[in-house]
Design a protein around this ligand. Structure first.
Ligand code: SAH
Length: 245
């Protein structure tokens, strides 16, 4: 994954990239991020990146020209870019979009707004894809860009130790099953016996049952969309019968 983050607040980004899996992904060359300070593309005496809104109203608006200049600068290196504008008005981000972005070969440019937003002409000029990470309003696009990068990077082969851990988990088909680690007994609570049985087939069935049950319990809306296997249908039927008793 190759990305460019256009921001007025680079300090919000780097601490997150310098930890844990994102840090390792960069060390392995699987993630390449360049943080570009939009202020570096302002050329007036005061290096102004924001200004008062035309027509009045609260807050400041990020100026268009510095953002466009920053994109021009990247385009000089590589013409064909995937440009994403972080915006609460965008298409709502989900796991399917993460999976699609994990296969993107072009450089991905994240434009992070701040304050009241960005001069609308950035959209008119660049026709970026507007993406929202959820129906709430953030102070800036930095956290949204990081959420997207984080969720995409972990889908890139080689980033997580064990690629099957990506295959079983939530949102691929069903919500994940519960996880346990040592000790086997904790404050009077035991790990489900089946998990220490050593019987792989029984363990597999248990996990499947838990996943279907979790989904039925917490997110039944996902079950309607899911193409369930015969085994899952059977489990679901049992769970439904059980819940009707
Ligand atoms: N006045 C704007 C909100 C500006 S919030 C409006 O009501 O539409 C400031 C910046 O934070 C935005 O430009 C955007 O880049 C980012 N942002 C806020 N909420 C977001 C969300 N849910 N998803 C992605 N980016 C968001």
């Amino acid at each position: 994954m190759r990305c460019e983050i256009l921001t007025l607040f680079p300090g919000m980004i780097s601490p997150v990239l310098d930890e844990s899996i994102l840090k390792r992904a960069q060390a392995k060359g699987l993630l390449n991020v360049r943080i570009i300070n939009i202020r570096d593309f302002t050329f007036d005496k005061h290096r102004t990146a924001d200004d008062y809104p035309y027509g009045g109203g609260a807050g400041m608006v990020l100026k268009a020209e510095p953002v466009l200049k920053a994109v021009d600068f990247i385009r000089e290196e590589e013409e064909d870019l995937r440009v994403l504008l972080m915006s609460p008005q965008g298409k709502r981000y989900n796991q399917g979009m993460a999976s699609e972005l994990s296969r993107e070969e072009r450089r991905i440019v994240f434009i992070c707004g701040h304050y009241e937003g960005i001069d609308e002409r950035v959209k008119t000029y660049l026709s970026p894809e507007e993406i929202s990470i959820g129906d709430y309003v953030l102070t800036g696009g930095e956290l949204a860009a990081l959420v997207i990068i984080d969720s995409v990077v972990r889908l890139i082969p080689g980033v997580l130790g064990d690629s099957t851990s990506v295959e079983d988990e939530s949102f691929n088909q069903l919500l994940d099953y519960p996880h346990y680690t040592r000790p086997a007994r904790l404050r009077g609570m035991d790990v489900p016996l089946v998990l220490v049985s050593g019987n792989h087939e029984v363990i597999r069935q248990w996990k499947r049952w838990q996943a279907v049950n979790n989904t039925f319990d917490k997110r039944p809306d996902l079950l309607d969309e899911t193409a369930l296997s015969e085994e899952d249908m059977k489990i679901l039927k049992e769970i439904k019968e059980e819940s009707e008793k």
